[in-house]
Design a protein around this ligand. Structure first.
Ligand code: PLP
Length: 456
């Protein structure tokens, strides 16, 4: 194996560059990756600036996905880098349990200002998965605090993605993320997903068909009883399962049913938060107020691991009823509200505001829509969809080899068209940094078109 690793590296890197990259790729077990294929055909990134990544051999790679839906302000932005440096010199770490540091409180206030009205509390973790886990625990324990202990059922949705921890995988609806393991939360049920190519292929923006799928929640309530259901969790726009745009009026219906039946609604905004749809949150974009909002990724433009739950007052207040010296929520992480992550986030939120990046995303969204849909008719495409600065291109799978075509597209785009894409199943997801220019949008779409034409 070692030989093949060295020889594959030689294929990619020029002589004399060996000090810039590791000479043994074997020890790292890469997440959600085809490890052996990667190690025989490495795709390394060693630098970034603005809209671009750079490989160790100096190739400039156009970032079509903000890293992994994270770097909404673009890469290595000076004010964020400076804030992290300064924070590291000033305070490296502070314990989060029964102790605090000023920036964690400052950031909570700032996020509350940005959030829809009523979300005046923030609970921090270190990732989207931890945000989801925290939200589910808050929802379950909320009903216990209210004396309604029978409310234990959680409702998720097929093709939902809520990270990789046991709670998130349980409410999520990706079979592959479950089948390698065997223990999950009991009492979880799933709504149908809203993806339907027959009805909605090539929709621009929100599809017309599908709002009635929300009525399944009513059926579940009839079957299991609202007195037994704690919460429903959905992504306003599902990203990781291939960009599923909610049909018009679907989310409003879910909200109405939850409200009428005393069921908490959790929006997982890990990818939609911080300007992706041209507003701070999808909740604002769709004008729907859930009870809990999960955020991460672009909270600090992907620079330091951080996730959080935005919590409505009524929920927080329900926990503040005990002896003042008693712990109110038995949950948290060593690195909750880590000083470096908080400093990075405060600088990022300021940059979003100073450069009006959410408004920029909104003003680019029509141009983006036309650009993405201009790919219609290109080889192997069976659907194109978009919302805000999100786009997706669905490909006809290769017979008997689902996911292979999109993976080939990912490799061709990176190796030869110098473009970073994200693929999931046979779907190519696009979510560029919000600083992207119209010329760069054209370039991204052109690179994708050439890639598709060259890929089997
Ligand atoms: N929730 C959603 C909607 C996501 O898209 C993701 C990641 O893509 C997660 C949760 C998990 O986030 P993380 O990978 O930071 O744990």
């Amino acid at each position: 194996m070692t030989m093949s690793v060295f020889s594959s590296i030689k294929k990619v890197f020029k002589p004399g560059q060996s000090r810039d990259f590791p000479n043994d790729l074997e020890s790292l077990w890469m997440p959600f990756s085809a490890n052996r294929h990667f190690k025989n055909n490495p795709r390394l990134i060693s630098k970034a600036k603005g809209m671009y990544y750079y490989t160790p051999s100096g190739d400039k790679i156009l970032d079509g996905v903000a890293g992994l839906w994270c770097c909404n302000a673009g890469h290595n932005r000076e004010p964020i880098v400076e804030a992290i440096k300064k924070q590291a010199e000033e305070l490296d770490f502070a314990p989060a349990f029964n102790m605090g540091h000023p920036k964690s409180f400052e950031l909570s206030s700032r996020l509350s200002q940005l959030a829809p009205q009523g979300f005046n509390h923030v609970f921090f973790g270190n990732s989207g998965s931890e945000a989801v886990e925290s939200a589910l625990k808050i929802a379950l324990s909320y009903w216990r605090e209210k004396g309604q202990e029978s409310k234990k059922i959680l409702i998720g949705r097929n093709r939902g993605y809520h990270g990789t921890n046991f709670g998130g995988v349980s409410v999520g609806g990706m079979e592959k993320n479950r089948t390698q393991f065997n223990k999950f939360l009991p009492e979880v049920y799933h709504l149908s997903d809203t993806h339907n190519l027959e009805k909605n292929a090539y929709s621009k923006g929100q599809p017309n068909w599908g709002a009635d799928l929300a009525d399944e929640l009513d059926l579940m309530i009839k079957k299991y009883g609202s007195e037994n259901i704690a919460a429903t969790i959905v992504e306003p726009v599902a990203g990781s399962t291939g960009v599923l745009i909610p049909p018009k009026n679907y989310l409003n219906k879910l909200k109405k049913i939850c409200e009428e039946n005393n069921i908490l609604l959790i929006f997982d905004e890990v990818i939609t938060g911080f300007g992706r749809l041209g507003k701070a949150f999808a909740s604002e974009y769709f004008q729907i107020t859930p009870d809990l909002i999960c955020i991460a990724k672009a909270i600090n433009s992907g620079t330091v691991p951080m996730g959080a739950v935005l919590v409505q007052d009524k929920i927080y207040d329900a926990f503040m009823n005990k002896d003042e010296k008693a712990i109110d929520l038995f949950h948290g992480y060593t690195y909750s509200a880590h000083p470096l992550a908080c400093a990075a986030s405060l600088a990022t939120l300021k940059l979003y505001e100073d450069e009006s990046l959410f408004e920029r995303a909104q003003s680019l969204s029509k141009y983006w829509e036309e650009a993405v849909h201009s790919l219609k008719g290109t080889r192997n495409i069976i659907d194109i969809r978009n919302l805000g600065l999100i786009g997706a291109v669905e490909l006809e799978p290769i017979d008997g080899k689902p996911t292979r075509r999109a993976y080939n597209v990912l490799c061709e785009a990176f190796n030869n068209q110098k473009t970073l894409l994200r693929v999931t199943g046979d779907i190519i997801a696009l979510s560029p940094p919000l600083i992207i220019s119209k010329n760069e949008i054209d370039q991204l779409i052109e690179n994708l078109k050439i890639t598709l034409e060259k890929t089997e």
